[in-house]
Design a protein around this ligand. Structure first.
Ligand code: UGA
Length: 434
């Protein structure tokens, strides 16, 4: 099938590449000239495991191209995906200007029927707004449908190639047929393509992300309580996760959810509910609790040093908001660094992928280590903000030689308590005994 993807961010690029991989003929469009040039030269602008291989293979075999020319893409495609940003406006509501602007531009270039697919996370009613833009700018019929994306950064390719489910919001039989055909290779195992109306599909995405953010936040509060009552959150997690109604996944406490999706989407759903005069209380609490959780490691550290960390030096492992990504948007590590600097401490950081992105924020206010051990040299303590696999089984003896004191504040519960006691470390983690 002939496809256009407008917007080459994480979602657009993964969508375009994975659609090319099953034999579709894909054109990706972006307004960012330098990004398009780089991709035309075979350079992938993001780090996403598994994407590089597919990206190069499909460029080589001529199934994916990159351009700034919207007209050629619109002429080429029977299905046009919009994967454009919906940043939160000042009031937390999603800003639709990119999407509505692109709809207007596409409308002006139409020569025949197309399916316009919205992949971005957008408030309920957006498909209707996009439809209205088409209706007022062209007499050519289009179907505007909602097809929210559930991919996770770090495993995005796998999520796209083998989705748990595909959600498609449309009442048009013609669009349903085309989309069923397009997604058939991805759901061969029998995972469902769930058809529904546009508004339900739009709300499904917000409900999924908000539910997951609530699940994490609930566990973070259980963890905080565990510390006060002398329980172990790992045991509690296993104890409840084996109940199938709760499930084992997404129950890991930490230093708050971050990233480009959960914080923005929870805010937007609250805002959307407010606009309909519905007070979404549980989500309002989720936002408040998560803000507190993001600073919990800094709070623990300040408490340990009686609020006096001026002149101290700390090592920080992990900057990205989660492992296997270079994405640092809303990453708890950023708040941690800010707090340490504000209190007069210095910081040396290491992250396998997120380092470059952090440089653009902190420049020479912090130092950047070449590897995880170099970050420890002369540090008063180690802080851990992201659970990268390479941090899970470090050389504790080497660490003890490099650190001034054997002190670790771990925001991701990487190590066994018994082992740390045996090794003589002061080890402060989340929801577990000291
Ligand atoms: C999330 C959703 O999981 C995807 O389904 C969705 O498509 C995507 O947002 C989106 O809206 O585009 P992502 O932001 O990549 O994906 O990250 P997650 O793996 O969901 O993690 C989100 C945050 O929750 C991270 O900060 C992570 O550290 C935290 N988390 C996750 C926990 O603290 N504990 C857990 O048990 C799981």
């Amino acid at each position: 099938m002939k496809i256009a993807v407008i917007g080459t961010g994480y979602v657009g690029l993964v969508t375009g590449t994975c659609l090319a991989e099953t034999g579709n003929d894909v054109i990706c469009v972006d307004i960012n000239a330098s990004k398009i040039e780089k991709m035309q030269q075979g350079e992938l602008p993001i780090y996403e495991p598994g994407l590089e291989l597919l990206f190069h293979r499909n460029i080589q075999q001529g199934r994916i191209r990159f351009t700034m020319d919207l007209q050629s893409a619109v002429e080429h495609a029977e299905i046009i995906f919009m994967a454009l940003p919906t940043p939160p406006g000042e009031d937390g509501a999603a800003d639709l200007s990119y999407i509505l602007g692109a709809a207007k531009d596409i409308a002006a270039l139409l020569t025949g029927y197309k399916v316009i697919v919205n992949k971005s996370t957008v408030p309920v009613g957006t498909a209707d707004k996009v439809k209205a833009v088409f209706e007022s700018h062209t007499s050519i019929a289009v179907d505007v449908i909602s097809n929210p994306e559930f991919l996770r950064e770090g495993v995005a390719v796998e999520d796209f190639m083998k989705p748990d489910r595909v959600v498609i919001g449309t009442s048009s039989e013609r669009a349903k047929k085309l989309m069923s055909e397009l997604y058939a290779p991805y759901v061969r195992q029998g995972n469902p393509v769930i058809f529904m109306d546009e508004r339900s599909a739009e709300l499904t995405k917000y409900a999924a992300n908000s539910f997951l953010a609530t699940k994490i936040t609930f566990m973070n509060e259980i963890a905080n309580l565990c510390e006060l009552v002398g329980a172990d959150v790992d045991a509690v997690r296993k104890g409840i996760g084996t109940d199938e109604r709760i499930g084992k996944r997404f129950l890991f406490p930490g230093i708050g959810y971050g990233g480009s999706c959960f914080p923005k989407d929870v805010q937007a759903l609250v805002k959307s509910a407010d606009e309909h005069e519905y007070n979404f209380e549980i989500l309002k609490s989720v936002i408040t609790v998560n803000e507190k959780q993001k600073v919990i490691l800094a709070d623990k550290l300040l408490q340990y040093y009686d609020n006096e960390i001026s002149g101290k030096h700390f090592a920080l492992w992990g900057l990205s908001f989660k492992p296997e990504t270079d994405d640092i948007r809303e990453a708890p590590a950023l708040y941690l660094i800010e707090t340490l600097l504000k209190n007069g401490a210095s910081v040396s950081v290491f992250d396998p992928e997120g380092q470059e992105n952090v440089k653009s924020i902190f420049n020479n206010r912090i130092s950047y280590a070449e590897n995880q051990y170099a970050a420890l040299e002369g540090a008063d303590a180690l802080l851990i903000a992201t659970e990268w696999s390479l941090f899970r089984n470090p050389d504790f003896e080497k660490m003890a030689e490099l650190l001034k004191e054997k002190v670790i504040f771990d925001g991701r519960n990487l190590f066994e308590l018994e082992k740390m006691t045996e090794l003589g470390y002061y080890y402060n983690s989340i929801g577990r005994k000291l």
